[in-house]
Design a binder for this molecule. Structure first.
Ligand SMILES: Nc1ncnc2c1ncn2[C@@H]1O[C@H](COP(=O)(O)OP(=O)(O)OP(=O)(O)O)[C@@H](O)[C@H]1O
Ligand SMILES: [Mg+2]
Length: 369
């Protein structure tokens, strides 16, 4: 057996409110493996990636990373967290959750700068990541104003710039145009040759054989239903139907209608006539109100990020206090600034809602301590 990167032993994950996301999951991922995670909507793929990234912790069972148990307490140790974050990078399914800085360049350089890489190295890697994804011209743009596909590319670039040895990719090709998706697929194939570990959750069954040496199939009961070589799993019609990855799909062909099993993939196995687009407006609606609406949607996410940062700064301040007398003043200042930012974004969100008293930060976690 190869060197383990992740080991899960009988892992369950239940969200607050009782939604079960994973049930009795045991699996092992080895260094240099490329693994695809397959399953219907809600089967637990994204939750699994967040557990592997040490963002969530199992409700029951154990998750190990690089041979070490990784409970929540382990991430309170700075050396452990630093080492783990440098080795493992997650690209979220929803780029809005990942992106929160004012410019694309800041997003792409953030993680490598945080982890203390030299300025020169950070610049070199970030330029490479932007060029690879063909988004160099977006460097000065605000991420929240980009198209969904552009945001996804920025989210990918912000993890690729870190060059982690383990990449966790949640629906990486979703919303990418065909050329960008195909370049990414080639890139994932190359990463395998470089000995990197890549775990990809995807609904795109057409890319699985290229991006993975092994696939894990999750059932709608949130259990690991099957694992094995992509080619043999994808040939198992019963398994694909059981896990809701294929379905009977009706098609009209001239005068006849037939049904056939159909993959949830972006490319149909045969052509459909294009719907006429006549009568649809060609120009997008005015940007102003649209931007405001988007800002309103994004604010709760920013508030959540601000709160996480404020909590982290408070934690650092406590640690610094124990070590030295001078630093707590500095870190407290940063914590206060983060809290002031939280208050300001909340006030802005409230103003945008026209004084509606509903708490827009309903998605935010309760503050610790
Ligand atoms: N923040 C949350 N709070 C409560 N329940 C959640 C939350 N996020 C996910 N869930 C639930 O957990 C289960 C697994 O969700 P998850 O996002 O992991 O599925 P998924 O396989 O990634 O789905 P998709 O294919 O739609 O991306 C679902 O039933 C979902 O409703
Ligand atoms: Mg998901």
């Amino acid at each position: 057996m190869g060197e383990p990167v992740f080991e899960l032993e009988n892992v369950c994950y239940v969200y607050e409110g009782g939604a079960v996301a994973l049930e009795g999951v045991s699996l092992r991922i080895e260094r240099g493996e490329r693994v695809a995670i397959l399953g219907a909507n809600g089967s637990g793929k994204s939750t699994l990636l967040k557990l592997l990234d040490g963002l969530y912790f199992p409700s029951a069972g154990e998750v190990k990373g690089f041979g070490l148990s990784m409970p929540e307490a382990a991430f309170r140790d700075e050396a452990f967290t630093y080492d783990f974050r440098r080795r493992v990078g997650l690209v979220f399914q929803d780029p809005d959750v990942q992106l929160f800085l004012p410019t694309v360049w800041q997003e792409v350089t953030f993680a490598p700068l945080q982890l203390g890489l030299s300025q020169e190295k950070v610049r070199e890697r970030s330029e490479w990541a932007l060029a690879f994804l063909g988004i160099g011209k977006l460097r000065g743009r605000a991420p929240h104003r980009l198209s969904l596909g552009e945001k996804k590319k920025v989210a990918l670039a912000s993890v690729l710039s870190l060059a982690p040895e383990v990449l966790l990719l949640d629906e990486p090709t979703a919303n990418l145009d065909p050329r960008s998706a195909s370049r990414l697929v080639d890139f994932i194939a190359d990463l395998g040759r470089e000995g990197k570990t890549v775990v990809t959750a995807t609904h795109d069954l057409d890319i699985v054989e290229e991006i993975a040496d092994r696939a894990l199939v999750f059932g709608e009961d949130h259990r690991l239903l099957a694992q094995g070589q992509p080619t043999s799993l994808l040939a198992d019609r019963g398994l694909l139907e059981q896990s809701n990855l294929v379905h009977e799909h009706r098609h009209a062909h001239a005068a006849t209608i037939h049904a056939h099993p159909h993959r949830h993939a972006p490319f149909h196995e045969h052509e459909h006539p294009q719907r006429g687009m006549a009568g649809e407006p060609e120009e997008p609606a005015a940007r102003g109100p649209e931007d405001l609406l988007q800002l309103q949607r994004l604010l709760p996410l920013w508030i959540e990020h601000n709160r996480e940062h404020a909590a982290a700064f408070r934690e650092w301040a406590r640690k610094a206090e124990a070590l030295e007398k001078e630093k707590p003043g500095m870190t407290r200042g940063i914590a206060q600034a983060a809290e002031a930012l939280d208050a300001a974004t909340q006030a802005l969100a409230l103003a945008l809602r026209g004084g509606d008293e509903t708490d827009v930060s309903h998605q935010a976690r309760p503050e610790p301590g």
